[in-house]
Every structure is written in structure tokens, then in C-alpha cells.
Design a protein around this ligand. Structure first.
Ligand SMILES: NC(=O)C1=CN([C@@H]2O[C@H](COP(=O)(O)OP(=O)(O)OC[C@H]3O[C@@H](n4cnc5c(N)ncnc54)[C@H](OP(=O)(O)O)[C@@H]3O)[C@@H](O)[C@H]2O)C=CC1
Ligand SMILES: O=C(O)C1=N[C@H](C(=O)O)C[C@H](O)C1
Length: 248
């Protein structure tokens, strides 16, 4: 029986995850940690895996703490970019028995979109990302958009693609969006969305539009459970649910 501790347990993803884990026959929740709870409970309750859905501002330090305690970690919190992953790798040098699985998005649709986008990336002149989320989300861009932009940029660099053409020389309000490794990213926060993303590709005379929509947090639970089951067998740092889905 895998004993799971959930960080951010009373938040939107934490609550849904506790319910999903408790409904399995091979995993149970031994610690539900939220703001003001003591992390020591994770060790006292003998958790084998920690699932992290605490806010981006606190999750980095908490992941480091879990590594120091020798406990595997599944990171759901957004904002674990290349720098953050490097810090995890550095911490694992001292604790090479610990595995960390960073999952920018637990939705199968989102994982497939990201993979398709990386494939399409060198084949079009232009690419931009639009991510759409609920207005209670505290960070932008989404971790998913960050991950997608990094994979697109890597695929374009490998193919020697030129940057997307853009004649804009005046944009006093920043309406062209943010840039992640030369990919323009636009973050939308509108009530009614849960999590959606579109990647637009274009060449002369044609547009390819890739899109996914997650409309409930329950849609992410198969991915959460798959990641929790997989992490003990994934040495070091692994990024992206595609590893578990045998796609990437
Ligand atoms: N990988 C994926 O597929 C997904 C990732 N996410 C990411 O997960 C993160 C959480 O999202 P969501 O559940 O919507 O956010 P919520 O704000 O609903 O949940 C976060 C919870 O963590 C609590 N918290 C605050 N400080 C601490 C602390 N020091 N230790 C433990 N818990 C703390 C918050 O309490 P309080 O509100 O009182 O501050 C809140 O209950 C975000 O980064 C989001 O982007 C979300 C959905 C899917
Ligand atoms: O905050 C959210 O809701 C989500 N956050 C993750 C992200 O930043 O990509 C995953 C999903 O998009 C939902």
C-alpha cells in the first residue's frame, strides 16, 4: 500500500486528489497538509510519496525539504521551470535514492497537445500559445504553457528554424504577450474556464490550431494516480506525464 501525503490538501487540486487516492485500493492518504500545518507530519505518518499542490511561492522549498527527508515527490504545482529543475537535480546528488516527478499537466489531452505541438513546431513559420484559465489562478503563464513553449523552442532550435516573423515595433501595452524562449505566450483569465490551451501554427496560406480543454479537475485524476504509482520506479528527475503514457 502506497502511503501518500498531499501538500495543499484543502485547495482545489488537493481536495480532488485526496478523494481520488482514497477511492483506490492500492494507495491511501496518510497526511493532508495545508497552510499552517507542520510538514513533520509527513515523516511521522511514514508517507512514501508526497503529492505537491501547494502554491508556487512555497512549493519549491517544500520539495527540497521532502528530498532531504528521503521521500519521493510528485510535483503538480506550476512554475517548475528549467532553473527549478536544476535545483532539484542538485539536491538529488546528495539523496540519489529519491525520485522527483514534475508533471506540468495531468490531463491526457494536454499531454497529447504538447507532444503534437513539438512535432509541428519546425514545420511552420509562426507559432504562438494562448493559455486560458480560471481567474483564481495566481500565476502566469501556466506551467503547461511554459512546458509547451520550452518543447517548441527546443524542436525549432534543433531544426534550425528562424524565429517567428513579427514586424511589431510599438506595443506600449504589452499586447503581444510574454515571450518564453522566443515563443509568444498569451495568458487569459476568464471565469468559466478551468484549463485550456491553444497553440497556433502558421505558414503562408495555412493555419494549424491545436487545442485542449479540461473542464473538471476530475479529468486530471487518472494522471495524478498514474504519476503517484510511477514515481518510485522513475530514478532522478522526470518531467511530463508523457513518460508514463509511453508517448515521449
Ligand atoms: N499539474 C496539473 O495538472 C495542475 C496543476 N495545478 C497547479 O497546482 C497548484 C495549486 O492549484 P490549486 O489547487 O488550483 O490552488 P489552490 O489555491 O486551490 O490550493 C492551494 C492550497 O495550498 C494551500 N497552502 C498555502 N500555503 C501552503 C503551505 N505553506 N503548505 C501547504 N499548503 C499551503 C492553500 O491555502 P490558502 O488558500 O489558505 O492559502 C490552498 O488550500 C497551482 O500551482 C496550479 O497551477 C492546478 C491544476 C492542475
Ligand atoms: O491553476 C490551474 O488551474 C492549472 N494549473 C496548471 C498550469 O499552470 O499549467 C495545470 C492546469 O493548466 C490547471
Amino acid at each position: 500500500m502506497t502511503q501518500v501525503a498531499v501538500l495543499g490538501a484543502r485547495g482545489r487540486m488537493g481536495e480532488a486528489s485526496v478523494r481520488a487516492i482514497e477511492a483506490t485500493s492500492d494507495m491511501s492518504v496518510v497526511a493532508e497538509i495545508d497552510v499552517d500545518d507542520n510538514l513533520r507530519e509527513i515523516v511521522e505518518k511514514k508517507a512514501n510519496v508526497v503529492l505537491v499542490f501547494s502554491p508556487p511561492g512555497v512549493a519549491h522549498e517544500q520539495v527540497q525539504w521532502c528530498i532531504e527527508q528521503g521521500i519521493h515527490v510528485v510535483v503538480g504545482t506550476s512554475g517548475f521551470d528549467e532553473d527549478a529543475v536544476q535545483q532539484i537535480r542538485a539536491a538529488l546528488i546528495e539523496r540519489d535514492e529519491v525520485n522527483v516527478f514534475v508533471v506540468p499537466n495531468f490531463s491526457v489531452g494536454a499531454v497529447l497537445l504538447t507532444q503534437f505541438a513539438a512535432k509541428a513546431a519546425p514545420l511552420f513559420e509562426s507559432v504562438e500559445i494562448i493559455e486560458m484559465h480560471h481567474p483564481d489562478k495566481v500565476d502566469a503563464p501556466s506551467g503547461t504553457a511554459q512546458h509547451t513553449a520550452e518543447l517548441i523552442a527546443r524542436a525549432r532550435a534543433k531544426a534550425g528554424s528562424a524565429p517567428s516573423p513579427d514586424a511589431t515595433s510599438r506595443d506600449p501595452h504589452g499586447t503581444r504577450g510574454g515571450r518564453i524562449e522566443e515563443v509568444n505566450v498569451h495568458a487569459v483569465r476568464v471565469r468559466g474556464f478551468m484549463s485550456s490551451q491553444e497553440v497556433l501554427f502558421g505558414s503562408e496560406g495555412e493555419i494549424l490550431r491545436l487545442r485542449y480543454d479540461s473542464v473538471t479537475r476530475e479529468s486530471l485524476m487518472p494522471g495524478v494516480l498514474a504519476a503517484l504509482r510511477a514515481v518510485p520506479g522513475l530514478p532522478g528527475v522526470t518531467i511530463g506525464l508523457e513518460t508514463v503514457l509511453s508517448l515521449g
